[in-house]
Write a protein that binds this ligand. Structure first.
Ligand SMILES: [Zn+2]
Length: 278
């Protein structure tokens, strides 16, 4: 079975799933970390060939899976986890999703992660960095020996990530970006797209982009109260129209963030700025 494994340096390999799309870019990247005893990060979607391709890749490395590690439980990252667990008998490490979040895989037999945990393979440990925002239970994983950060859907290549309330949260997303700026990061290994060097510059640019977008929301609210559908084409005038249904979700997240900061409120005639922030 073909596996098209890509080497990204000592003890780091990646494999892309065959699930390209609007939300997944070229497809979900799974990562294999270690030498003979591997951590499999984000086994990917529920496709018939997915677990076979991953296990063929593990065989090609003459290795075994000692742990299945999940950045979060959205189906494109986590749906293949149960089958891989059945085939490898490796434990699954993740933070559980909110029980009512229907977009995330529920019912997995997981070992619950906490911020700061270390997950060991035969060449070191991945450090758990809790990064709520895309969803509240999202984690990034830091591999200190190379300065790589596996970013899941916290940062992806060539696009911003969607924040879907209520389990996604813009304020916490921005705080989680800010927190990464304190780590000695060299490269980002995203859940979608190619590896990104200049890691800290990208984190800073992403944070700036969110602040700029939020400033645009505030400016658009300056004139009068408006429904989200009226705000959308003004705030996202730089984004292709076919992406607006996705942008609407992040716009909702920005409005909630402004509301939490006391800058905006929802009224019968739509969103408006609060008196104190006008
Ligand atoms: Zn996701």
């Amino acid at each position: 079975m073909s596996h098209e494994l890509q080497n990204l340096g000592a003890d780091i390999h990646t494999l892309r799933a065959n699930n390209p799309g609007l939300m997944t870019g070229a497809g979900t990247q799974s990562y294999l970390i270690g030498h003979r005893q591997l951590l499999l990060v984000d086994p990917g979607p529920d496709l018939p060939e997915q677990s076979g391709r991953l296990l063929a890749a593990v065989d090609a490395l003459q290795a075994q899976v000692c742990g299945i590690v999940l950045t979060h439980l959205h189906r494109d990252h986590a749906a293949a986890a149960a089958q891989l667990q059945a085939q490898t008998h490796a434990p699954i490490y993740a933070m559980p999703a909110h029980p009512e979040d229907g977009l995330q895989v529920q019912g997995l037999d997981i070992r619950r992660l906490q911020d700061g945990d270390d997950i060991a393979c035969d060449r070191g440990s991945l450090r758990v960095i809790h990064t709520p925002g895309h969803v509240d239970n999202h984690c990034c994983f830091w591999w200190p020996s190379s300065g790589d950060l596996l970013t899941g859907d916290h940062l992806i290549t060539g696009s911003t990530v969607v924040i879907i309330p209520p389990y996604g949260h813009m304020g916490r997303y921005m705080q989680s970006l800010q927190r990464l700026l304190d780590l000695p990061l060299r490269r980002l290994l995203p859940g979608h797209g190619a590896a990104m060097s200049e890691a800290l510059a990208i984190v800073a640019a992403t944070l700036r982009h969110r602040r700029d977008r939020e400033a645009k929301v505030r400016a658009a609210l300056q004139q009068q109260a408006q429904e989200l559908t009226a705000l959308l084409p003004r705030v996202y005038d730089d984004v292709a129209v076919h992406l607006h249904p996705i942008a609407a979700l992040s716009l909702q997240a920005h409005l909630i963030h402004l509301q939490e900061q006391g800058q905006a409120c929802a009224t019968a005639s739509g969103w408006r700025l609060t008196a104190s922030s006008r």
